[in-house]
Design a binder for this molecule. Structure first.
Ligand code: PMV
Length: 326
């Protein structure tokens, strides 16, 4: 049996704009999706997710043209494809596997739960088969599911879940892991409102495709904020980083992906002492994050709870996907 886990992520600066070529800064955080892989009946893949309340059994050689819209299996289909991609890569499609997912990452709220699950599962299956591949290949194999779930993903979620730490990410460039810094905390505020990343990303993409000049200008400004945020982070200037996050939230408001609840949580977190706060992920509900000095974190978490969201005081995960001892 093999057990692995991969972390959730928050985007510190640059969501949405990253899909359209701008750099973004993300961090892996200490909420995890865990995968257990064991031997099963030859030629079958059994996948279960007790959190989602679904279990299903697939023939290992099932083709990729399953109709996702009509299948009760649609929830597990993206994961089946990840498992299949690894089996194919190992030339072991006759294998029988039992795959179980358990996760502490809330689903559909911008914390990269599906990417963490895919990365953890790709790694678990590779380890089970004794397939020696590097992290970038794990990330690539895991990405087959993001393409189904998110339609046009930038890849930032799976990259962060794979590598861990704080990552500077730009489509087409090699991701850069920034040095470890420990003088700050992140508090996540979950509105509990699930939404579709794919739909929100598509709405912004349509504006890009019709050549919306405002959007192009805002997108460029967001890219500049990311570059400045990297410098602030490297210098350990978290006051500056907070201000840049505030500015990024304003840009996300301008492109219409925030909502009144997120805006209120941002305001409340800052009144409680946050150095900066913004929505994180695709927006439209989901989560916000606050950057804080360690001594202010509890107060900020309380303020977020009092404003009606669920706070998570998270640490940075510096390891990324890894195997756990049994
Ligand atoms: O899946 P979410 O909600 O964490 O959003 C991911 C970040 C986006 O920039 C909105 C999409 C992407 O693929 O980069």
């Amino acid at each position: 049996m093999v057990i692995t886990h991969a972390p959730a992520k928050v985007i510190i600066i640059g969501e949405h704009f990253v899909v359209h070529g701008q750099p973004a800064l993300a961090a892996a955080v200490s909420l995890y999706s865990r995968t257990t892989v064991d031997a099963g009946i030859t030629g079958t893949i059994k996948i279960s997710s007790p959190n989602l309340g679904v279990t299903d059994m697939f023939p290992a050689k099932q083709s990729d043209d399953t109709d996702l819209s009509t299948s009760a299996r649609s929830l597990l289909e993206p994961l089946r494809r990840v498992v299949m991609a690894v089996l194919k890569r190992a030339a072991r499609t006759d294998e029988g596997l039992v795959v179980e997912i358990t996760s502490s990452i809330p689903v559909g709220v911008g914390l990269g739960s599906s990417a963490a699950t895919a990365v953890s599962t790709a790694f678990a299956v590779a380890r089970f088969l004794d397939l020696r591949i590097d992290r970038s290949e794990i990330c690539e194999l895991a990405s087959v599911q993001e393409q189904i779930v998110h339609k046009k993903p930038s890849g930032i979620d799976s990259t962060t879940a794979t590598r861990g730490g704080v990552i500077l990410f730009k489509v087409g460039d090699s991701p850069v892991s920034l040095p470890q810094r420990n003088q700050f905390n992140i508090i996540v505020g979950n509105t509990g409102k699930e939404r579709s990343t794919g739909d929100l990303v598509s709405a912004v993409t349509r504006r890009v495709e019709v050549g919306d000049k405002d959007l192009a200008r805002i997108s460029k400004a967001a890219g500049m904020l990311t570059c400045e945020a990297v410098r602030a982070y490297e210098k350990g200037d978290f006051h500056r980083l907070g201000k840049l996050m505030d500015a990024n939230h304003e840009l996300l408001v301008k492109i219409g992906v925030s909502n009144p609840q997120l805006d209120n949580l941002v305001k409340v977190a800052k009144s409680a002492g946050a150095l900066g706060a913004k929505l994180t992920g695709a927006g439209g509900g989901g989560c916000m994050i606050a950057l804080s000095r360690p001594e202010d974190s509890k107060k900020i978490a309380e303020a977020i709870a009092n404003a009606g969201a669920k706070p998570y005081l998270v640490g940075i995960d510096w390891s990324g996907v890894r195997e756990l001892s049994q």
